[in-house]
Design a protein around this ligand. Structure first.
Ligand code: ADP
Length: 307
């Protein structure tokens, strides 16, 4: 079975759920519920892959603190090999507070150890024994960002395939460096906003055509509108599966995991999109990014029921 190395960021999501009035400076508001869960796109994707049965190892950095231990425990409990995660007493593990209601949400993030990971933490030997390298949150990982292109090139040189989820760019400048990295990327998973930012066009199909390269497949994630990718000249646009979401945090990361799991098993693109869509939809049925991620059997049963 093909093995995946995820290199990326780890943080905690604090979910403050059910505000009636949104907090404003100088006031306190109460919420109905609170959960602390593993957050961060790279870690959520790794959790989704592990749940589906793909062997996964994670390489990243956390602080030597409660939150870091919480994250590593959650990953270990899923069977992820975290032996390549550095626990650095000089760092603090990052945290995102999500203030949510059924209507909307606001996020406040402290990046903590996320920016501290660099390509120097990923020696070429780290690829030994793996078939695929995945990275999420290109723009949030300030330390790793300039090293992602060379890392992907090195991974290709060692016979691994590569995948990238850009995540949002808080500066909204969508740097050219990412376009260069796509030259060494096999699978690219932007959502609609990210694709628009990167291609400077609002037309998804035009954006997919614009980003086209030899070995690259771009899969656009369109939330409730499903996903889109080019298969040769043909545009594939499977709709999303109808569900009643509780929390869409990490849906895109679970989608990535589903696509990767099928793709690494050599399945045709249609089957990859179906498993990805099932994993994305099912993940919205629980609070946080990882609680409702399906096993392969659960995803297949959902696909049978949806047929
Ligand atoms: P991201 O989380 O990266 O912004 P999306 O919101 O596009 O990505 O979600 C990724 C995938 O998860 C979608 O392509 C879709 O398959 C699934 N998904 C997301 N939201 C819903 C929803 N409300 N109903 C059904 N499926 C959804």
């Amino acid at each position: 079975m093909k093995k995946v190395l995820v290199v990326g960021e780890i943080n905690v999501d604090l979910i403050l759920q059910g505000y009636r009035e949104f907090p404003v400076p100088g006031k306190e508001v109460l919420v109905d519920d609170f959960s602390m869960v593993l957050g961060s796109a790279s870690a959520i994707c790794a959790m989704g892959l592990a749940r589906l049965g793909t062997p996964v190892a994670f390489l990243g950095k956390v602080g030597d603190d409660l939150l870091g231990r919480f994250c590593l425990d959650a990953m270990r409990a899923r069977g992820i090999d975290v032996s390549r995660v550095t626990v650095d007493p000089a760092l603090k593990t990052g945290v995102t507070a999500a203030i949510t209601s059924p209507k909307d949400r606001a996020l406040v993030s402290f990046l903590g150890s996320i920016g501290a990971l660099t390509a120097a933490d990923v020696p070429a030997e780290a690829f030994a024994g793996f078939d695929h390298l995945h990275v999420s949150s290109y723009f949030l990982q300030g330390g790793l960002r300039p090293g992602i292109h060379p890392l992907f090139r090195a991974a290709h040189g060692r016979g691994l395939t590569t995948s990238l989820d850009p995540g949002f760019d808080p500066s909204e400048t969508w740097g050219r460096d990412l376009h260069d990295t796509l030259g060494e990327t096999d699978l690219f998973f932007p959502n609609e906003v990210e694709l628009r930012g990167l291609s400077a066009t609002a037309d998804i199909e035009a954006a997919l055509r614009q980003l086209r390269r030899d070995r690259l497949r771009v899969v656009a994630k369109l939330g409730r509108d499903g996903a889109m990718t080019l298969e040769g000249e043909q545009l594939l646009h499977p709709p999303a599966f109808p569900v009643r979401p509780i929390d869409t945090t990490g849906a895109g990361d679970s989608f990535d995991a589903g696509f990767l799991h099928a793709w690494l098993r050599g399945q045709p693109v249609g089957a990859c999109l179906r498993l990805a869509g099932a994993c994305g939809a099912l993940s919205t049925l629980g609070l946080g990014g990882t609680a409702a991620q399906p096993t392969l059997e659960e995803a297949e049963a959902f696909l049978r029921d949806s047929a």
